[in-house]
Design a protein around this ligand. Structure first.
Ligand SMILES: [Zn+2]
Length: 94
């Protein structure tokens, strides 16, 4: 078993313990909606804000209409791309 070469002095030991075992202040960011301080990457405890399209309040998840619409547009876009690909395939088959 590895053994320390020298005894760690009381001063060295105590210095080490004094700096390592200090508690740091938690990191807080400002909520863009109600401007209270909140933990980063968490829903705001005051207003439930998560991002522009999503908020969580009292266990209720609210997805805004803009986000839902975006999803619809995406689905339509993928459909259009798929149809285009099919059309191209048909042309190349001829
Ligand atoms: Zn907020």
């Amino acid at each position: 078993m590895a053994v320390p070469k020298r005894k760690v002095s009381k001063a060295r030991r105590d210095k080490r313990r004094s700096s390592v075992w200090k508690l740091g202040a938690p990191t807080l960011t400002e909520c863009p909606q109600c401007h209270t301080l909140k933990a980063p990457h968490k829903a705001c405890p005051e207003c439930g804000y998560v991002n522009a399209d999503l908020s969580v309040k009292d266990g209720k998840i609210t997805v805004k209409a803009a986000a839902a619409k975006k999803e619809e547009v995406k689905v339509e876009e993928t459909k259009a791309v798929a149809e285009e690909a099919e059309a191209v395939e048909e042309v190349s088959a001829e």
